[in-house]
Design a protein around this ligand. Structure first.
Ligand code: ADP
Length: 585
């Protein structure tokens, strides 16, 4: 019996094990979504393809399988390109399916016509157009290619005549998880020797380790060897933040002092200061373990010690080669790390107690943390944090401890602002929808998704609060509102109004490029669609709203008016703190 192209596409996805599709429908893809729903796949309909594509990338990261996004052609593809860039930059697996105009109308100026294959080929791992006969094989190969090796995007272009045509069902090939590669045993021996003779060894744990679900082998490695470790922002939780070998509070000392460093699932990019001076010791031996051969030696120019292989396998190989060796933690390096930790944590504790209104970032995060921890202790792993906004993300990172992997999402490698609400929806789907794809994280019947959003970051995807409300997602969103990008613009409404007046009259001293509206009522976004909104200014109001918001069963937006003009200056230098190439004499 023949079926429509839309039915064949939905069936191929179902046979691949896809249980959630993120997207935004229109002609000609609406039939695909409807057929998918008929097969029991959940279709999460967004307000903009950008947020839908971001959600699919995060879903890929959290579940360890490609996230799927369905969009229309032309403008739909252009909006979804944001997610394609995000997938490539973060190495998250993403499958994008997009409609396109009828094959016989190509080049005639058809409805939403776009040569998506030419556009996307340089930005994806595979970009193919499907015919009616090749539906299962094109979808399967795009799915597999986005997933195997380093994660990235697979793209399938689906012309309207393919979606609307009639064809026979051909069974889809099952795609098992990728085979795992082991390291060269000779290399492992050398590395074990280096570790044993190191004075200041360090293990850096990146989000690649979280994505690889390598927590049990990495926990074993650190517990048995006592080597200090440093998580990257999304590598937090692979080992518990409370672990005694965690050097996160002494980050600079850890990097600068280390002499042998094993990097598990992290690139030596801007997040790790390129593995170079001045942040790192120039003589440090850096051993990268990565699934991607191209990555090795990219920035420190030395792949001699690098290892190609799967983190799970390589970590076990290393443990065997170390034969029960343990690092002597009475070393000068560990003493320096402890001293630095005490100093840095004391500074943080001081900033958490600053008692003024409008509140500071430090106080704001402290009130939220204290309240949430009473409701859900970190060891239970009941909260997923999603964090974005320059200061909000940077300053909250060290405040909220995570004890289990994949419980913290942020703007990531691309420093993409605007991912937060899409990521929150993805986290809700990954953890709270019954699905065979759901992450094998710690046991918890329902996870609360908590977004920490700067007011600027929140603005990028604000209508997705309605998406959350429509699907009954009880996401708790804090909007840390200082009336601007970065540090906000002024410290009181009179001054802000004066600036706005000047701006209207074209006078100097008007609104800056970083200015946003003063005390905008962001909480109303929740109220307009059946959620709950709170506007808070004091620690007491914030604590009450946090508790009520945590217990709510609908999306909640807590709009927190904080002090403007606060936090770090606009600085770009640290992000690119690499040594400059020397000029020839
Ligand atoms: P972070 O942002 O935490 O520093 P990155 O995204 O820069 O992390 O790096 C993650 C790295 O992990 C990528 O280079 C990716 O190729 C690698 N990776 C992903 N999965 C595995 C795996 N199973 N084994 C080894 N490396 C992996």
């Amino acid at each position: 019996m023949s079926s429509s192209g839309a039915q064949l596409i939905a069936r191929a996805l179902h046979e691949l094990g896809v249980r959630v599709i993120f997207g935004l429908v229109g002609i000609p893809v609406v039939q695909i979504a409807e057929e998918a729903i008929a097969l029991g796949i959940r279709f999460i309909a967004f307000r903009n393809e950008q947020a839908a594509s971001y959600a699919a990338t995060a879903y890929g990261y959290l579940t360890g399988r490609p996230g799927v996004c369905l969009v229309v052609g032309g403008p739909g593809v252009l909006h979804a390109m944001a997610g394609i860039g995000n997938s490539s930059a973060n190495a998250f697996p993403l499958l994008i399916l997009a409609g396109s105009s009828e094959t016989h109308l190509v080049t005639k100026g058809a409805f939403q016509e776009l040569d998506a294959i030419s556009l996307l080929s340089p930005h994806t791992k595979i970009a193919v157009r499907s015919s009616l006969d090749s539906i299962p094989q094109t979808i399967t190969n795009a799915y597999r290619t986005s997933w195997y090796g380093r994660g990235g995007t697979g793209f399938v272009d689906l012309p309207a005549d393919v979606i609307q045509g009639q064809g026979d069902h051909i069974s889809t090939q099952i795609v098992p998880a990728a085979p795992r590669a082991a390291a060269d045993p000779a290399k492992i021996k050398v590395i074990a020797g280096l570790l044993k003779s190191a004075k200041a060894p360090l293990v850096v744990v990146g989000k690649g380790a979280a994505y690889a679900q390598a927590e049990s082998s990495i926990r074993k490695l650190i517990n048995l060897t006592k080597i200090p470790f440093l998580p990257t922002p999304m590598g937090k939780g692979v080992l518990p933040d409370s672990h005694s070998s965690n050097t996160a509070s002494a980050r600079s000392t850890a990097l600068k002092g280390a002499d042998v460093v094993i990097v598990l699932g992290a690139r030596l990019n801007w997040i790790l200061h390129f593995g170079e001076e001045p942040k790192w010791n120039a003589n440090a031996k850096i051993i990268q373990v990565d699934i991607s051969a191209e990555e090795l030696g990219k920035n420190n120019g030395n792949a001699e010690l690098a290892v190609i292989g799967d983190i799970n396998v390589v970590t076990e190989q290393l443990l065997t080669a170390l034969q029960g060796w343990q690092y002597d933690t009475s070393s000068a390096y560990v003493q320096a790390l402890k001293a630095s930790t005490v100093k840095n944590e004391a500074t943080a504790a001081k900033s958490a107690k600053v008692d003024k209104i409008p509140m500071t970032y430090g106080r704001t995060f402290d009130v939220i943390k204290q309240t949430l921890h009473k409701l859900s202790p970190p060891e239970d792993g009941g909260i997923v944090y999603v964090s974005e906004g320059a200061n909000t993300m940077d300053l909250s990172r060290s405040v909220f401890p995570v004890e289990h992997p994949r419980l913290r999402l942020d703007a990531g490698t691309y420093a993409t602002m605007g991912v937060g609400l899409g990521y929150a929806i993805a986290a809700h789907c990954a953890y709270n929808l019954p699905s065979p794809e759901a992450s094998s994280g710690p046991k918890s019947s329902h996870k609360k998704i908590v977004c920490l959003e700067g007011d600027s970051a929140f603005g990028f995807s604000l209508p997705e609060v309605e998406t959350m409300a429509r699907y009954g997602m009880d996401v708790l969103i804090f909007v840390v509102n200082n009336g601007g990008v970065y540090h906000g613009d002024s410290s009181d409404s009179d001054a802000w109004l004066r600036l706005q007046q000047n701006s209207k009259q074209g006078l100097k001293g008007g609104l800056r490029s970083t200015s946003l509206g003063w005390e905008v009522g962001y909480e109303k976004v929740a109220e307009m669609c059946g959620g709950i909104g709170y506007l808070v200014r004091t620690p007491e109001e914030l604590a009450r709203a946090t508790e009520e918001g945590y217990k709510a069963t609908v999306p909640v937006v807590i709009n927190i008016i904080i002090e403007a003009g606060q936090a770090k200056k606009l600085e770009f230098a640290w992000q690119n703190s690499s040594k400059k190439p020397k000029k020839e004499a």
